[in-house]
Design a binder for this molecule. Structure first.
Ligand code: THG
Length: 274
């Protein structure tokens, strides 16, 4: 599974306080060096950067965070913003020697699609395609599926490789309806079956928003989604139990030949004291 580390996100609060946002505002490089390094060491293949809560200066913050993260770790960045100006600043500061950037995200909203596509092409980026359009986000999984299909067809027609497209079914908090988990799983399963070679990704932690013992729901949802073919996740790689479950699940699903990765992780101590 491609792991996109979610922890550099200004909407995250620690004990009710917007400490991430405050650290961006005061340009505390050490704070983010630490967040990036810990996620990388825990197995994040991409480091997501989201400073969308800033009411002004998001592009400059994105640029600064990009520099801090890439000076710290040898991992590519996931640019998590709907703001084309922030995307532009971040990508301009990005060192492509770190690997293909990930643009998080494009949608089928006409304006957003037009704004973001040129960056995908210019930087030969991987791109997350969110299943929403000018009508907003549809609850009905069949409607979200048709938006996802349109995005896949438009992006490939524009010259984006299937292998660079990550379809995101959109993860709703389970507190908003008993069926939202099933809808997400249904979309993942159908996209994986209909479009061999395309990827699916989800911001799994959204599922637990507003619920007690969030990690438990995130862990269970990740295992279920892997079972339906999810092959990338925007998750917390510093949740050791979640990472251990991913290794175990991949072995059980035949995605880890001879369980070599599982055994290696065990030898490295990653599965101890869970
Ligand atoms: N799809 C795409 N991008 C996304 C999302 C998505 N980006 C943002 C978000 N959703 C994914 N990132 C986060 C980051 C943090 C949290 C949720 C989603 C979060 N963290 C809590 C915290 O750190 O306090 C709780 C963590 C926990 O208890 O596990 O809520 O869906 N493309």
């Amino acid at each position: 599974m491609l792991i996109v580390g979610e922890r550099i996100n200004t909407s995250r609060k620690v004990k009710g306080e917007a400490v991430i946002e405050a650290a961006v505002v005061r340009r505390d490089a050490e704070f983010f060096t630490d967040l990036a390094r810990k996620q990388f060491e825990a197995g994040a293949t991409y480091i997501d950067i989201n400073c969308g809560t800033l009411t002004s200066g998001e592009p400059e913050a994105m640029e600064w965070l990009t520099k801090v993260v890439q000076e710290t770790v040898d991992a590519p960045i996931s640019f998590d913003t709907p703001n084309p100006a922030a995307l532009e600043k971040g990508l301009a500061a990005y060192d492509t020697a770190k690997g293909q950037p990930l643009i998080n995200s494009i949608t089928a909203e006409s304006q957003r699609y037009e704004n973001v596509l040129p960056f995908v092409l210019k930087y030969q980026a991987k791109v997350i395609a969110l299943a929403m359009d000018d009508t907003g986000i549809q609850q009905d999984p069949e409607k979200r599926l048709s938006v996802a299909r349109k995005l896949i067809s438009d992006l490939t027609a524009a010259g984006v490789a299937l292998d660079d497209i990550y379809v995101d079914p959109l993860t709703f908090p389970i507190g908003t309806g008993s069926d939202v988990g099933l809808a997400m799983l249904d979309i993942i399963e159908k996209i994986a079956a209909e479009f061999p070679g395309v990827h699916t990704i989800a911001g799994v932690s959204n599922i637990s928003h507003g619920m007690p013992v969030r990690k438990l729901l995130n862990q269970a949802m990740t295992v279920l989604a892997l079972g339906k073919g999810l092959d990338a996740g925007i998750i917390d790689p510093n949740d050791r139990y979640l990472m251990a479950l991913i290794y175990a699940t991949e072995a059980l699903l035949g995605k880890d030949e001879f369980s070599m990765n599982y055994i290696t992780k065990s030898r490295e101590g990653a599965l101890e004291d869970l």
